[in-house]
Design a protein around this ligand. Sequence first.
Ligand SMILES: C[S@@+](CC[C@H](N)C(=O)[O-])C[C@H]1O[C@@H](n2cnc3c(N)ncnc32)[C@H](O)[C@@H]1O
Length: 234
Amino acid sequence: MLIWKDQTIEWYMNANKKTQYFSKLSIPILEYIEKSDRICEIACGLGFLSMELAKKAKEVLSIDISPEAIDFMNTYLEKNSIKNINTSCGDWRKLCKEKVFDVVILSYFGAILNDWSLLKSIASKYIIAILPQTYRKDKVSNEDLATYNRETVDNVTEFLTEKKIPFKLMKDEIEFGQPFDKIEDAFNFISHYYNISDRNYAKEYLNKNLIKKEGYYYLPKTRKFGIFIIGPFK
Ligand SMILES: C[S@@+](CC[C@H](N)C(=O)[O-])C[C@H]1O[C@@H](n2cnc3c(N)ncnc32)[C@H](O)[C@@H]1O
């Protein structure tokens, strides 16, 4: 599971700032959002997608099980005077029970295959899911795999087709690489995320992949994903 701590929060925030990943991701999604919509983002992490959608939607409820992620979001919302996002910390399955939203959205979080009935019961118009096309099994920790390896573009396509649930799929890719001020930070990053702790191997990896930019270092990464627009249900 992605554990949110000061360091991982800072990395994610800096990556989004540099690449504008979530702003770019929101462009095709906003086509399906109306001004009157009440949205729920399940497993929102630091809430950057919620913040993009809230620029158009009436109201967003952003849910995550991590207190650190929700604390980060609350501080950010207050600092930036964003009033139409509410946050809630806990398991989405408990927090969403018997609630209904116009649109339910989830990004890089598996809930379709295991919790379809609950998910469907809380969305009146659309469920929008952003899922990876594949996982780089060799480069992520086993813990991550256990949590969200289940759902990819392929197995969700199969699931929805089999159940005859209407959906559209848009495949895309957006740069979501990691900037660093110092080279030591790049070592810490790859040791944390890519299971590369051997210093010599790490050096080799960074020699090959790390780019020196004007005033900072950059480790490129492209996220290849599919956006499922599931519905409309009415
Ligand atoms: C891979 S991250 C994705 C975060 C965010 N959606 C994004 O795209 O950046 C998965 C998130 O799911 C959250 N999570 C895991 N289990 C959850 C649950 N049962 N209810 C709510 N959030 C959960 C984690 O805390 C983490 O923030």
